[in-house]
Design a protein around this ligand. Structure first.
Ligand code: ADP
Ligand code: ZN
Length: 581
């Protein structure tokens, strides 16, 4: 809009220049065409060629001839001048001649100057709006968001964890009566395309409240204070609707952990972050406003954001496993004509695909079907679309690696799980998955530790065995030379635990009941012995774990294959393996 205005400003500028030029020309001493000597005027008068004289008080008077010519001549300032003229039949006017033509340039100049200043003023106003006020970030909510939980397949856990928020948005009074505090802020974290935006929309849709969507990067501006202003404006607007869901995508743009080194440009971000935190503490629980933020990684966010009363509910939106992928495919195929598509097989083939990627795959297939004038989408179209989505030749290679990776991950995770089932049967394993999460590299095994106040030496040893189960399974199945870096995290934890057992908990031999922390000032403390004892313990525990898994090799294979097939196993899937313990 600004650009267009700027283009039009050229017109008054041109007019101004032309008017100025003509004014200079007509006023210049060279332009003598309409000035005559007084004697010439007298001649005209005697020749009876004059029609009218404009007799004013000015030093010159204007004379109009019968043929229309106008000229000026000196004012004789004679008292009889007027009478003489009248006597010779010349009209006399006492007002000055308004020569319209000569006024045009002046008028043009005046109006164009006026126009230019108005235009400049206006455009400077709009640019200053863009830079310094918040209205340029036009946040108008979507009301009647047409999304519900049905539009999101899979991710049942995530949906489950936001159901109370929907209920709260519907009737906050109910929760207020109980004095219940519903989270003001929710963080959805997970890989791109896993449906975080979708879930936020579904919450607003289910609760039937307006949905404000912004991105964290909208608030990061060059000018200090702009982002903060925009935040305040956003919340003000949301409040005016009473209830609302505010969705902030890419929250890391404003909420990233502050680095100690680089301070450049962080002022603006700090102010924006503070404005967000203040705004969030500014509305009460009974307001019915919920802020949902999305990020790919939770661990890079500033702790200030995650504290209670701020974004204190963290929900992972993970990549779909095979059954979720099947549901997502069904959902997106639902409104499209299709024929004989083996959805189960496609769900298997699309391992590690996000929901967005699956949606993209089906869309590509639909486009292909349409291009071919085929009445329906078929397996063939999906095949072609699959290559497009995976980009050509890369596919074969990647699938191979993927399969091998998957297998390693599966055995590794089952190694943990099986060890846990055998040595700590009272700990419930709630979930094993080979779908990567933002928490762990390949996959992960979630077990619920028993709630006890103290941990015995026996228990700590067993936990270490469970941690070592991943690497042990890798070694048993793939051989000593093919163990992987996948155990990195496990080994870190083991080392930490064993070191504490010996140096803090008084459960080792080298130090006995002495605590290393208190002895740290001793110079000739034999660190070698401590290291050696740590190593002996972990070696013997590792051997024990290997023996245990070798004894249960059959279960190891069976469970790993089941995991490869289903990608996620739950407590129920493991029951049969706990019984024949
Ligand atoms: P994110 O915000 O996590 O990057 P989006 O919510 O923008 O992901 O997802 C992009 C699109 O992918 C959605 O509009 C939807 O079409 C599809 N999609 C992603 N996850 C799912 C899912 N679980 N069920 C159905 N569709 C999904
Ligand atoms: Zn592991």
């Amino acid at each position: 809009m600004n650009k267009r205005k700027n283009k039009f400003i050229i017109i008054p500028i041109l007019v101004a220049i032309l008017s100025l030029a003509s004014l200079i020309y007509f006023k210049s001493p060279f332009n003598t065409s309409n000035e005559k000597l007084y004697i010439d005027f007298i001649k005209d008068l005697s020749n009876n060629r004059i029609e009218k004289v404009y007799d004013t008080n000015s030093p010159t008077i204007k004379v109009k001839l019968k043929d229309g010519t106008i000229y000026s001549t000196d004012n004789p300032r004679n008292i009889d001048f007027k009478e003489n003229l009248l006597k010779s039949g010349v009209k006399v006017s006492e007002s000055s001649l308004v020569d319209v033509k000569s006024l045009i340039p002046s008028l043009g100049l005046l109006t164009s100057i006026a126009l230019i200043s108005v235009m400049l003023l206006k455009s400077s106003k709009t640019t200053s709006k863009g830079l310094f006020s918040m209205s340029s970030l036009d946040v108008s909510p979507t009301e009647n968001v047409n999304y519900s939980f049905k539009d999101m397949a899979g991710n049942e856990e995530a949906k489950e964890s936001v159901k109370d928020v929907v209920d709260f948005l519907k009737n906050p009074e109910k929760y207020n009566k109980y004095g219940a505090r519903i989270p003001k802020g929710i963080i959805l974290y997970g890989d791109p395309g896993t449906g975080k935006t979708l879930l936020a929309k579904a919450i607003a849709g289910e609760a039937d409240v307006p949905f404000f969507a912004v991105s964290g990067s909208d608030f990061v501006q060059v000018y200090v204070g702009v982002g903060a202003g925009r935040i305040r404006n956003l919340f003000k607007k949301a409040k005016s609707y009473g209830k609302a869901v505010i969705f902030i995508d890419e929250i890391d743009a404003i909420g990233k952990k502050r680095s100690n080194s680089g301070t450049g440009g962080s002022d603006e971000r700090d102010q924006t972050l503070n404005a967000l935190l203040t705004a969030m503490s500014g509305f009460n629980e009974d307001h019915g406003i919920v802020v949902i933020a999305a990020t790919n990684r939770l661990d890079i966010l500033d702790n200030a954001l995650l504290r209670p009363g701020r974004f204190d509910r963290h929900i992972e939106v993970s990549l779909p496993d095979v059954s979720a992928r099947k549901k997502i495919m069904e959902l997106h195929l639902d409104n499209k004509p299709h024929n004989n598509i083996n959805i189960t097989e496609w769900a298997q083939k699309t391992a590690y695909f996000s929901g967005a990627k699956i949606e993209n795959l089906i869309n590509e297939a639909a486009i292909l079907a349409c291009k071919n004038n085929s009445p329906q989408i078929t397996d063939g179209h999906l095949d072609k679309a699959f290559s497009i989505v995976l980009a050509g030749h890369e596919k074969i290679n990647r699938d191979f690696i993927k399969d091998k990776d998957k297998k390693i991950t599966a055995y590794h995770e089952i190694g943990h799980a099986l060890t846990s089932l055998k040595v700590l049967p009272e700990e419930k394993i709630s979930k094993i998955t080979i779908i990567p999460s933002t928490k762990g590299a390949g996959g992960y095994t979630l077990s619920i530790p028993e709630d006890t106040m103290y941990q015995s030496k026996d228990y700590l040893y067993k936990r270490i065995m469970v941690l070592l189960g991943g690497r042990a399974a890798e070694e048993i199945i793939f051989g000593q030379d093919h163990i992987t870096t996948g155990a990195y995290n496990d080994l870190q934890k083991c080392s930490h635990m064993i070191f504490n057992i010996i140096t803090k908990y008084g459960m080792g031999e080298t130090l006995g009941l002495l605590s290393l922390d208190e002895l740290s000032s001793l110079k000739d403390l034999n660190q070698k012995d401590i290291l050696l004892e740590c190593k002996n313990i972990i070696d013997s525990l590792y051997n024990k774990t290997k023996i245990l898994l070798l004894e249960n090799k059959e279960s190891l294979h069976q469970l790993s294959n089941l995991l490869l097939e289903k990608e996620t196993l739950y407590y129920e899937d493991l029951l049969q393996f706990t019984v024949d313990n």
